[in-house]
Design a protein around this ligand. Sequence first.
Ligand SMILES: Cc1cc2nc3c(=O)[nH]c(=O)nc-3n(C[C@H](O)[C@H](O)[C@H](O)COP(=O)(O)OP(=O)(O)OC[C@H]3O[C@@H](n4cnc5c(N)ncnc54)[C@H](O)[C@@H]3O)c2cc1C
Ligand SMILES: *[C@@H]1O[C@H](CO)[C@@H](O)[C@H](O)[C@H]1NC(C)=O
Ligand SMILES: *[C@@H]1O[C@H](CO)[C@@H](O)[C@H](O)[C@H]1NC(C)=O
Ligand SMILES: *[C@@H]1O[C@H](CO)[C@@H](O)[C@H](O)[C@H]1NC(C)=O
Ligand SMILES: *[C@@H]1O[C@H](CO)[C@@H](O)[C@H](O)[C@H]1NC(C)=O
Length: 588
Amino acid sequence: MATNQKIPFNKIIIFIFGLIGLTRSMPPPNPIQCNQIGCTLRNSYGVWGDRKDCHVSAAVYPATEDDLRSAVADANKNHFRVKVVSRFSHTIPKFACPTSPIGRNGSTILISTERYNTSIDVDVANRAVTADAGVGLRALIDRVEEEGLSLAAAPYWEGVSVGGVISTAAHGSSWWGKGGAVHDHVIGVRLIVAGKESEGFAKVLDLKSGDALFNAARVSLGMLGVISKVTFSLEPGFKRSITFNFTNDDGIEDEFMDHARKHEFGDIQWYPSKHTAVYRYDDRLPLNTSGDGVNDFLGFQSNFAIIAKSVRASEKAAESTRNVFAKCAMASSFLAYKKLTANGLKNNKLIFTGYPVIGHQGKMQTSGSCLYSPETNKDTTCPWDPRINGLFFFESTAIFPSTKFPDFIRDVKKLRDIIKPENLCGVDVYNGFLIRFVKKSEAFLGQSEDSVVVDFNYYRARESLTPRLNQDVWEEIEQMAFFKYGAKPHWGKNRKVAFLGVGKKYVDFGKFVGAKSVLDPESVFSSEWSDEILFGRKGGVKEDGCGLEGECVCSEDRHCSPGNGYFCREGRVYGEARVCRYSSSSLS
Ligand SMILES: Cc1cc2nc3c(=O)[nH]c(=O)nc-3n(C[C@H](O)[C@H](O)[C@H](O)COP(=O)(O)OP(=O)(O)OC[C@H]3O[C@@H](n4cnc5c(N)ncnc54)[C@H](O)[C@@H]3O)c2cc1C
Ligand SMILES: *[C@@H]1O[C@H](CO)[C@@H](O)[C@H](O)[C@H]1NC(C)=O
Ligand SMILES: *[C@@H]1O[C@H](CO)[C@@H](O)[C@H](O)[C@H]1NC(C)=O
Ligand SMILES: *[C@@H]1O[C@H](CO)[C@@H](O)[C@H](O)[C@H]1NC(C)=O
Ligand SMILES: *[C@@H]1O[C@H](CO)[C@@H](O)[C@H](O)[C@H]1NC(C)=O
C-alpha cells in the first residue's frame, strides 16, 4: 500500500483556509427549480438520500400569513398533497417532498417560506420573540441581541429557518437550563392546518405551552400543517468563554457526563484514529465581561471552489487506490490546522490569538459564513455546494440515552483495536465523532431523557453503486448505534437504515400519530417518504447494491457489490451487524 503522498496537504490547507475572508462568495443555490412542466426540490447537498429527485406539480411563495392560509385552503380544497420547505432546505432526509403515489388527486404542491420572512417581534418585557417561519436563524439572533437578549440554544449551523429548525428537533449542546434543543425554547407555535369547508378549508391554531397539541407541534416534521409563526423564550444577553483542549481520548466514556455537567455548552470532538479528544470548555459569562470574539467554524467558512475540488480529488484518489494512509495524512493535516486556528474561533473578529475566546452568545453559538455575499462573485462557496463538485459525504447522527453511551464508545474502541486505528481515518478527515448533549424534552418527537448525540461524517461516492473504502466500518458503527444500543436518528440527518423501527423508540410516538389524525385527518401533509419513515415500508424489495448507501441492511451479497469485491458479512464487534466488506480473496 502506497504511503507516499502526491498532494502536499499542508499547502492545500493553508491555501484553503488562509484566503478565506478576502473574497466574496456565492450563496447556496435555490432548492426549488421550476419549468413549464413542474418543479424539482433538492436539499442543500443537491441529492436526496435515496438519490431520487423530488418532482412536484407546482410551488407557491406566500409572503403574508393570509397568503399562507389561502395556499393551505386551496391545496386542501383541490385535494393536493402539500409540504413546506424553507429557502435553505438543509434537511438531508426527504421530509419536505410531498410526492405520493396514492390518495388525494395526484397533484403535489410545495409551499416555500422563502418570502415569508419579514416579521421579527421582540417582546423585551417578557423576554420572548415571535418570528415568521421563513425568517433565517441569523436574522433572528441578530435582532434579539440588539435588544440585549439571547436565544440560548441553536444548531451550530445557522443556515436554517425558524420553522425548519424546530421541525427536525435541531440542537446545539447543553444539559443545563432548558437544554440544547431549539424546540425546548419554544413557547408558542402558530400553525395553519387543513380545515373543513365550513372553516374555509384552512384554520389557524395558536398553540401554547400547556395545550394538548403543543408538544406535537413543537417537533412536527412538517406533517401536521404549516407553521406560520414561532415564539421563543429568551434570556438576558450573555457572553461565552470557549477553550478547546486537544488531549488524548483515554476515558472519554467516563468523562463525558462530568464534562456536560461542568460546562453549560460543552461538547467533545473525538478523532478515534488519532487517539485524540477535543474537549470544548464552554461557559456562560456576564455581558460586561470584555471580549468581542466570534466563532466562525472552519467547516462552515467559504472555500474557493478549486480547493474544495482538490480536497475531494485527494479523498477520491485515496478511495480508488484503497490507501487508508492517504486519508490518515489528510486527517492529520486537518487536525493540526484545526488546533492552530482553534477551529475557527477568532478573538478579535479576524484571527485567533489565544484562549479563552470570549464573545457574545449571538456570535459564539452558531455560524455559517459561507452562506453570504452576492451572487456576483462565483469564486467561493460552501464546500459542499453541489455546483462545484466539492465535498460529498454522509452524515450519521445517533441520539443515545446517556446511560448507554459509554458502552457504545467502548465498542468503537474495541473495533479500533481489531481493525487498527488507520482504518478509522475516514471520519477524522471530517469532524471525527462530534459528541453533544440534549436535555430531556416534553415534545413527542424530542428526547424523553437526557441524551448524548453523536454525529459522524464520511465519504459518499458520486455514483451510488461505487463501494467505499472501509464502508463496513461505518456500517457496523451505524448498526451498533441504532440497533444494538437503540439510539434514535436525528430527524434532519441520516441514511434510511437509521430510521428502521424509529416509531418504537419514541415513547410518545403514539401521541404524535394521534395528533396527526386530529389535525390532518385527510393526510394533506403526508407523503410516501414521510409515511415510510414513520410507519415502515409495506413489503418492500431490497434492490441490488442497496447496502452501499444505507438504503437497506444487506442480507445477501448482491445488496453489496460482489463485482467489486464487496460482500455481505458479519460485524466484527457487533456480530448481528450485516455490512458490505471488501475481500480481495473472494474476488474471482
Ligand atoms: C451543514 C449543516 C449543518 C447542520 N448542523 C446541525 C447542527 O449543528 N445541529 C442540528 O441539530 N442540526 C444540524 N443540521 C440539520 C438542520 O439543522 C436541520 O435539518 C434543519 O431542520 C434545517 O432547517 P431548514 O430551515 O433548512 O428546514 P427545511 O430543510 O427546509 O425543512 C425541514 C423540515 O421542516 C419542515 N418545515 C420547514 N418549514 C416549515 C414550516 N414553516 N411549517 C411546517 N413545516 C416546515 C419541512 O417540511 C421539513 O420536513 C445541519 C445541516 C446542515 C446541512
Ligand atoms: C387535480 O386537481 C387539479 C385542479 O383541480 C386538476 O387540474 C388536475 O387535473 C387534477 N389531477 C387529477 C389527476 O385528477
Ligand atoms: C428575507 O429574505 C430576503 C431575501 O432572501 C433577505 O434579503 C431579507 O434580509 C430577509 N429578511 C429577514 C428579516 O430575514
Ligand atoms: C485537558 O484535558 C486533560 C484530560 O482531561 C486534562 O488532564 C488537562 O488538564 C486539560 N488541560 C487543560 C489546559 O485544561
Ligand atoms: C459586571 O457587573 C457586575 C454587576 O452588575 C459587577 O459586580 C462586576 O464587577 C462587573 N464586571 C466587570 C468586569 O465590569
